[in-house]
Design a protein. Structure first.
Length: 94
């Protein structure tokens, strides 16, 4: 393991589709208060889905954030940040 290379923190996208009646259940940001989460939702434009981008150690921690009532339709995807090749090379050169 290189000394100067930081291990990237695993990130997960949690996708929680829900009905208009379930908006309050899907308001995950209220339940967690966790600063390492970013929550987005499409409710305002009629797409009732909540997306959470979270830095977590394991996929199970992502599932822990999903309300039980909505877990049948939720999805958790481990993602990596896509950096434009141009910027990546600059970083490697410096
Ligand atoms: Zn909603």
């Amino acid at each position: 393991m290189g000394k100067d290379r930081e291990l990237p923190v695993p990130e997960y996208v949690i996708e929680v589709p829900h009905s208009p009646e379930e908006c309050s259940i899907a308001a995950i940001e209220e339940a967690t208060g966790n600063a390492r989460l970013r929550t987005y939702r499409g409710c305002g434009s009629g797409t009732h889905t909540t997306w959470i981008i979270a830095e977590l150690r394991a996929e199970e921690e992502a599932w822990d954030l999903v309300p039980q009532l909505l877990s049948d339709t939720a999805r958790v995807v481990a993602v990596e940040r896509a950096v434009p090749t141009r910027l990546r090379q600059q970083k490697e050169d410096s």
